[in-house]
Design a protein around this ligand. Structure first.
Ligand code: SAM
Length: 215
């Protein structure tokens, strides 16, 4: 029998703390949310290992380190209104909700969105709002957002997302080509837009009007 709590604590210590994740609230959230429940049962024994795993529709749940790094890069205090593009399994959204955010998450595959919504309800995580659609256009009816996180690789930073970000807000987004991207933090200042390059990464593509074409 696998003790998933032990596996989770080991993940926090060996994959996150030791590699520079220092935000205590992020480390706590990563230690609470049961990542194994977000993948098919066949993958439960590998759920706390240091890599992405397949979910349905040929998509992936991101590597724990990347989830923690992106969450830390958002610089959350709790209470922020956050837009996530790419619900996938719902795991990143769950981490953000446990961090005290009001989460608006968009997924283009209806099946993934509904599955994630069902699980989130079952494990009683609150304050996540789900939408099926093209997240590259943002969620204009709910804008502005204090933070935006894009969990798929974009060819560029969609202008729509910048427009839907509050002043002082930040976007964390992988930008690059279809194979590799740079994880970027974009901060919307009063007068200037600051951009910081965090590291290299490799995400499934952001498909859609302001992403890659779906042909
Ligand atoms: N955040 C997810 C999680 O915690 O499991 C992982 C996301 S997975 C790496 C990327 C997701 O982005 C996929 O589920 C994919 O279908 C979705 N996606 C790609 N383009 C999209 C778009 N334009 N709008 C919404 N979702 C999109």
């Amino acid at each position: 029998m696998i003790d998933y709590e032990v596996s989770r604590n080991r993940m926090v210590n060996e994959q996150l703390k030791s590699r520079g994740i220092h935000d205590e609230r992020v480390l706590t959230a990563m230690g609470i949310v049961p990542r194994h429940l977000f993948v098919d049962q066949a993958f439960w024994p590998r759920a706390y290992e240091d890599h992405p795993l397949p979910i349905n529709q040929n998509q992936t749940i991101s590597q724990p380190y990347i989830v923690a790094l992106m969450s830390q890069a958002l610089e959350l205090n709790g209470g922020e209104k956050v837009l996530e593009i790419g619900t996938g399994s719902g795991y990143q959204a769950a981490i953000l909700a446990v961090l005290g955010c009001d989460v608006y998450t968009i997924e283009r595959h209806k099946e993934l969105s509904k599955k994630a919504e069902k699980l989130i309800k079952k494990i009683k995580i609150k304050n996540i709002h789900f939408k099926v659609g093209d997240g590259s256009m943002g969620w204009v009816e709910e804008a502005p957002f204090n933070r935006i996180i894009v969990t798929a690789g974009a060819p560029e930073i969609p202008g729509e997302l910048m427009n839907q970000l509050s002043p002082g807000g930040r976007i964390v987004i992988p930008v690059g080509n279809l194979a590799t991207q740079r994880l970027m933090i974009v901060i919307k200042g009063e007068k200037v837009i600051e951009k910081h390059d965090v590291c290299g990464c490799s995400f499934v593509p952001l498909l859609g009007d302001k992403g890659w074409s779906n042909d």
